[in-house]
Write a protein of this length. Structure first.
Length: 631
């Protein structure tokens, strides 16, 4: 479809279950973190204190700023403003800024600039754009004199995203020149995506244990394979083709680079939840390997950048896969505990030693900061930033409904105020109802994405001209709308099967992947700052193969509860025919390697209950399957 215009934060307002999810988040760790966790507390270097002075406060604010705005939460908004005021006042004459002890280190500034551009969209504060331009100039100058290394080198695409934002706003050619200069200092993720250099798990290329014994941590991190296989770097790097294209202007080429690279990464390291496995380096596609929470939210943000530059609905499909499966599954329903690593097949979440590449044995426990605190700081951006991917503009006359969740769009189309509410319980239900509350006098176009899992749909809008752009996967609705008009779309959700590692199958229905509904036992392991860390143990069987036959699946929809991704009140249940595989047992805290499918199982067929992946904390989501005909 081509380039899309990102809307300002103030133009899309969460409603319904999405707003409830945001409030749960604020009532949970996001709202409490400043008071209970010193990494982002009153001693933060980003408030002029002597505490953590690197990425943690910027990470935290990247989520807290939009969340406070959407919920009109004055107390947390004022907290954000204290960090932001300190930051804006910290800029030096050369353009550098931030806490003194980390002045030499650029990466955390890239993260803080992502905070500032969101703050600018909300407030229109005129200090932000010149502040950002000064810093871009500073990095362009510095990069000519010294080599930018490590995290900063790997994460330059995030600074280029900020530059793109400034350019979209100012249209100044000078910004394109700065982007070109700065990009020369970046690790080249475009090359990387064009020819994925690490199709195998990182352990194949790096012997971590040997390295760890022989060289210092700093020397280790300076080695090329370290940063190029680090899963958070990879997730951030996915936006490189989108931001490089802004000044290079070869849309077709960079769009194909992104498409090929992401396709290869999914093939070699992907699992059904949408995650790329990395624990914390690329880990192959075995569903017992782990995937870091930071990489889930950063992947989502990179998909936003790709949507802006290339407009392909495939990125929205992938965004929904992550937002509606991987993200809710790895944070507790009350948003008070999260995992560092989640697994697609996760039958125990505890401190048993697991074959992670280099993470600690606590990595898949639920808690305040299992393994390491980066995700504790960074997870907050996931839901609030997702709101911004619900709508885009194609031109001054055309809006695009890209990802689906209940919300109200308030923008100007054809120069006039327009208000459209999307009433829906998607992804749990299959209908979208667009209510036109205010519309321009002249005809406008509303484009609505057709998800990749949907072939037959229905659409109704009285008096409109409706066509389907099959190549772009868009429904195109054109009309001079009146207040009270509606667009009704139904995307019937059929049960389908996707194929993964060892030909395992995942059961999907619409944008949701389904996991085995296991009985879980939660045990408090320790308590830090009033926050509990838990181990979760299975109290029911998990070693099932399923029949890959959609006729045998019973779908039961239940009411959507106050907690949208609830296990106890799961909004959808699937009853699936299955057989127990006695020989598929435990291997430490994981399942034994998945038996290659189809499997033979001459035992009685039973029914098992599957619920949305996002509602599970223990689960099998990639099952072996048996041929229905064998007996
Ligand atoms: Zn992390």
């Amino acid at each position: 479809m081509g380039k899309l215009e990102k809307l300002k934060l103030t133009e899309i307002h969460p409603e319904g279950w999405l707003k409830r999810q945001l409030q749960i988040q604020m009532n949970g760790l996001t709202g409490k973190l400043y008071d209970i966790w010193d990494s982002v507390g009153s001693y933060s270097g980003w408030l002029g204190g002597t505490g953590e002075s690197w990425e943690r406060a910027p990470y935290y604010l990247d989520g807290l700023v939009p969340l406070s705005y959407y919920l009109e939460d004055k107390e947390h908004w004022e907290l954000c403003c204290r960090f932001i005021e300190w930051t804006l006042n910290s800029q030096q004459e050369d353009g550098n800024f931030g806490p003194k002890v980390t002045l030499h280190e650029p990466w955390s500034k890239f993260a803080m600039l992502k905070v500032l551009i969101q703050y600018e969209e909300i407030t229109g504060d005129a200090r932000v754009i010149p502040f950002a331009v000064n810093y871009l100039q500073y990095i362009a100058d510095v990069s000519k004199k010294i080599k930018i290394r490590e995290w900063s080198e790997a994460r330059i695409p995030d600074l280029l995203y900020v530059a793109k934002w400034v350019y979209d706003r100012t249209k100044e050619k000078k910004i394109l020149d700065l982007m070109r200069q700065i990009d020369q200092a970046s690790f080249d993720w475009c090359d990387y995506l064009e020819q994925l250099p690490f199709p195998r798990p990182a352990a194949y290329y790096m012997n971590w244990k040997l390295y760890e014994d022989q060289v210092s941590r700093t020397a280790l991190e300076d080695m090329a394979p370290y940063h190029a296989t680090h899963i958070v770097n990879v997730a951030m790097g996915l936006k490189h083709p989108a931001v490089r294209n802004v000044y290079a202007g070869e849309t077709e080429y960079y769009a194909s680079v992104a498409e090929k690279g992401i396709g290869d990464l999914i093939r070699h390291h992907g699992v059904a939840s949408g995650c790329l496995n990395g624990d914390e380096h690329l880990a192959g596609n075995n569903p017992s390997q782990g995937s870091e929470l930071c990489s889930v939210v950063e992947y989502m943000f990179s998909l936003q950048a790709l949507l802006e530059s290339f407009g392909s609905t495939a990125y929205a499909d992938q965004m929904e896969r992550l937002a509606y499966n991987a993200l809710p599954a790895t944070i507790t329903e009350d948003f008070m505990a999260h995992q560092y690593l989640q697994q697609a097949n996760q039958i125990m979440a505890d401190d048993t030693e697991r074959p992670w590449f280099n993470n600690s044995k606590e990595s898949n426990m639920f808690g305040l900061e299992p393994n390491f605190g980066c995700c504790t700081a960074n997870m907050h951006q996931g839901w609030p930033k997702f709101v911004n991917s619900l709508w885009y503009k194609e031109d001054s006359n055309t809006v695009v409904s890209m990802c689906f969740a209940p919300n109200t769009l308030k923008t100007r189309i054809a120069g006039e105020e327009t208000v459209i509410e999307l009433c829906t319980e998607y992804p749990f239900r299959d209908t979208l109802s667009y209510q036109i509350q205010k519309a321009p006098k002249k005809a406008i176009t509303v484009k609505i994405r057709v998800p990749n899992w949907c072939e037959d749909f229905t659409i109704a809008c009285a008096g409109a001209e409706i066509v389907t752009d099959k190549a772009a996967r868009m429904i195109v609705v054109t009309k001079a709308f009146q207040e009270g008009d509606q667009i009704e779309v139904r995307y019937p959700m059929e049960v389908t099967y996707s194929t993964w590692y060892h030909k395992s199958v995942a059961v999907e229905r619409g944008p949701l992947v389904y996991g085995l509904n296991m009985k879980e036992k939660w045990v408090v392991k320790k308590e830090v700052a009033g926050v509990k860390d838990y181990c979760v143990y299975p109290e029911s069987d998990w070693n099932y193969a399923i029949a890959r036959d959609r006729g045998s699946v019973d779908v039961r929809e239940a009411e959507i509860s106050e907690t949208p991704f609830s296990k106890e009140f799961a909004p959808v249940h699937l009853q699936v025919s299955a057989k127990k595989l006695a020989e598929w047992g435990l291997d430490g805290g994981n399942t034994m390697d998945l038996p290659p499918s189809p499997v033979k199982a001459n035992v009685e067929e039973v029914k098992i209950d599957l619920i949305p992946f996002g509602c599970t904390k223990l689960r099998i989501s990639q099952f072996p399957y048996y041929e229905a005909k064998e007996d």
